[in-house]
Structures are given as C-alpha cells and as structure tokens.
Write a protein that binds this ligand. Structure first.
Ligand code: PGA
Ligand code: MG
Length: 228
C-alpha cells in the first residue's frame, strides 16, 4: 500500500508540450483527481497559475513570480517588492534596451513582485544593473526574471505546506530549470524532465528520460498511490 504524495509542479517546460504548444491536456484529469495537494509553482505572474487551477478544477495552491507571490488557498502573501525590479528596468530602458514584450506587455501587466524580460533582450547589461541594485536575474529558459534574491519557489511551497498541513519531505516535485532548484531541495523526491537545464538536472534526485509533459505524466504514473 503506497500513499499518493503531494505534488509541486513547475509549469513552463514541465506541464507544457514542446515548441510552445501550451499545456498538455492529458494532465488535466490526473491532476484534478490527484488524491493529495497539488501546488503549482511558477515564474509566471500571479493570475496565470490561478487561472490554470481555476479552469482545470484544482484547488488554488499557488506559488507565482518565483516565490514573490504565494497563495495558500486562504491568504495571499507578497514577499518581494516590484518597485526595486522596476527601478532596474527603468535604468535598462534608459540605456536604450527594451523588455521585448511589445507595448501592451501582458507578461508584466499583473506582475507584483518582479519583472520579466524577453530572452531576445541583451542580458549582460540587465545583470549588471540588477547587481548594482542588489537584485538578481534568473534565466528560466523562458524569460529573464529581475527579482529579489530572497523569496524563491521553495520558500513559497514551504508556506503552503505549513498552511495546508503536509510535510514537504513527503512531496514530489517536477521541474525543468534553475528556478526549480529550491523546490527540489525542499521536497523528499525531485524529478527533472529531460529538457531541463543543467542546474535543475544537478539538483534533481532523478533526471527523466521523457521530456516536457511526457516526463511529468511518467512521474504521476510512478508515484501515484494505490487506490484500493
Ligand atoms: O515564467 C517563466 O519564465 C518560467 O515559468 P515556470 O517557472 O512555470 O517554468
Ligand atoms: Mg519551468
């Protein structure tokens, strides 16, 4: 008899299909029917994971903005300040660079605690300006995130686990990039999908043979407890 573990799931590169084809719908039913808490831990702005949970029919247990925003299902916590990141991007813009998202910029529009910059934009000047203001730049493979070094996905998951009442040591995490290292370090068992970056591969207990959502589906098969 095995018990179904809580899950901590990254989104981009982990629940998605390759080549920008969005979330793999084969995950919807197993996640909705998962017999333990499912925490979505992402670098995306807060509304994105909330909407994902809402439309898939999951409880809203959300770490957004790489730990800057945490929703326990009852309370929202903001653990970093957008103003500091905003100052970095103002200086970056003044130096002639662009965030790369176009005029409406829905990537940052609802972002409360950090700012994301497109991978097409030059990263070295961004890193220099961020460092001079005590912030860091995290490259997830999907965007550069200008953020406070302190909160991370792991601190957010810890807060949710405490509130919901599970031991992170019993949880299983799946992810693909450096912003998942903190959750991999927190939980009892961690998996990097085959498309994961070097940091995630090194931090994970196991690197999967399958990539993207195929990898996550294989983890669900393996760790799901007996129902009877
Ligand atoms: O927003 C990003 O850059 C990456 O998002 P993720 O943490 O869900 O992979
Ligand atoms: Mg990811």
């Amino acid at each position: 008899m095995t018990v179904t573990p809580p899950l901590v799931l990254d989104v981009d590169g982990t629940l998605t299909r390759p080549e920008g084809k969005g979330i793999d719908p084969r995950l919807f039913d197993p996640l909705r029917e998962w017999d333990a808490p499912v925490v979505v831990a992402t670098g995306k702005a807060f509304p994105y994971p909330v909407a994902l949970c809402h439309f898939v029919g999951l409880s809203e247990l959300v770490v957004a903005e790489n730990g800057g925003v945490v929703y326990t299902g009852d309370d929202v916590f903001f653990t970093a300040d957008r103003a500091a990141a905003q100052a970095v991007v103002e200086e970056y813009r003044d130096a002639g660079y662009d965030l790369g998202w176009g005029t409406e910029d829905t990537v940052n529009r609802w972002r409360e605690t950090e700012i994301a910059v497109a991978l097409e934009s030059p990263v070295e000047p961004l890193r220099e300006i961020a460092a001079s203001r005590g912030l860091e730049v995290v490259d997830t493979g999907y965007a550069y995130h200008v953020k406070d070094a302190n909160p991370n996905k792991g601190t957010g998951v810890e807060r949710i686990a405490d509130h919901v009442g599970f031991d992170p040591e019993t949880a299983v995490a799946v992810g693909d990039s450096v912003n998942d290292v903190s959750t991999f370090e927190l939980v009892g068992r961690s998996f990097a999908v085959a498309n994961a970056d070097e940091s995630a591969r090194v931090a994970a207990d196991e690197v999967l043979e399958e990539s993207h959502a195929d990898g996550t589906l294989s983890v669900l098969e393996r760790v799901r407890g007996d129902t009877g």
